[in-house]
Design a binder for this molecule. Sequence first.
Ligand SMILES: NC(=O)C1=CN([C@@H]2O[C@H](COP(=O)(O)OP(=O)(O)OC[C@H]3O[C@@H](n4cnc5c(N)ncnc54)[C@H](O)[C@@H]3O)[C@@H](O)[C@H]2O)C=CC1
Ligand SMILES: O=C([O-])CC(=O)C(=O)O
Length: 335
Amino acid sequence: MVKATILGAAGGIGQPLSLLLRLNKKIDELSLYDIVNTVGVSADLSHIPTPQLIKGYVPKDKSDNETIKIALQGSDIVIIPAGIPRKPGMTRDDLFKINAGIVKSLIHQVGINCPNAFICIISNPVNSTVPIAVEELKKLGVYNPKKVFGITTLDNLRLEQFLSDSLNNKVSTTDLYNDVLTIGGHSGDSIVPVINSWNKNFNDNESYDKLINRVQFGGDEVVKAKDGKGSATLSMATAAYRFVDNLLDAIKFNKIIKEVAFVKIDELETFKLPFFITKHTQYFSLPITIDQEGIKLVEFPGYLTEKEVLMTKHAVEKVKVDVSKGFNFVHGSKL
Ligand SMILES: NC(=O)C1=CN([C@@H]2O[C@H](COP(=O)(O)OP(=O)(O)OC[C@H]3O[C@@H](n4cnc5c(N)ncnc54)[C@H](O)[C@@H]3O)[C@@H](O)[C@H]2O)C=CC1
Ligand SMILES: O=C([O-])CC(=O)C(=O)O
């Protein structure tokens, strides 16, 4: 029996993600928690015929911890898209003031009620909300470095699609899924697209630089187009679904799977991570191998060009600053 819980399930990401997970046969029980509207969302989804149990939970008031307790108890996986999204002119870091507190309090409940769950954090700024989650779990004495993930899959989706666009769709995005990835963090130029041998398809620097920029600022493209009505939701729900569906193979069937996520690397088994990463940051988005117990290995992508190495070094500096912001939020002291 696999139970999955979404915290923030009634939102722009939460609703389409709930729909996708309602249709996933690997999930036996889907638990939808939000401070608004999940009873309606779950009633709606419950009319889709599947053997899956589904229930929506809304707390009675701010002091009601009983409802989230019931929503979380027995969860094998918890996905967190709770928090405010950007409006035009804002950076992801501008979300910190509100989302840091939301993530900290939700993770506190996760740590108390389902400490063994795999935790997937979507709420921005990911580079800081993941360290907040880790430090909160550590405070509770239940932190498992193998089971906390910041979801950066949308950057990978964008790279696959935008690279295919720049190659005039001559290559299928399925081929690119197996061949390209992003590493680093999840904000602006902390995102590092790694495109392997596809490099040789770019005859000029200008079109390559355009690709890099579009991946790094893909989120801004959507924020601008939505014009005050939020940020990426449908593509993000798809990205989270891809990650979670893959993770479910590890959880339910004990398969060994490959993913990319923003994780705390210094307490994990690693392979060929360069010193310029490990010396300066404890967190980075990198390729990982996962089984039923969680992360088995964190690796560095096989080959990077000189430019990709430079971008990675820059990303390390960016991530480091964002990580200490998250750490300080929980401890009130410098990392
Ligand atoms: N990791 C990534 O690649 C991406 C991350 N995001 C981030 O995901 C977050 C959510 O985005 P949207 O779904 O578009 O926002 P939204 O505002 O549509 O939905 C957020 C939901 O969280 C709920 N919520 C707020 N406080 C809560 C609490 N204490 N407990 C439970 N639920 C709570 C709200 O009621 C709302 O339903 C934002 O921070 C956004 O920046 C968005 C896109 C990509
Ligand atoms: O840009 C944003 O604020 C939302 C996000 O993280 C993304 O779309 O990658």
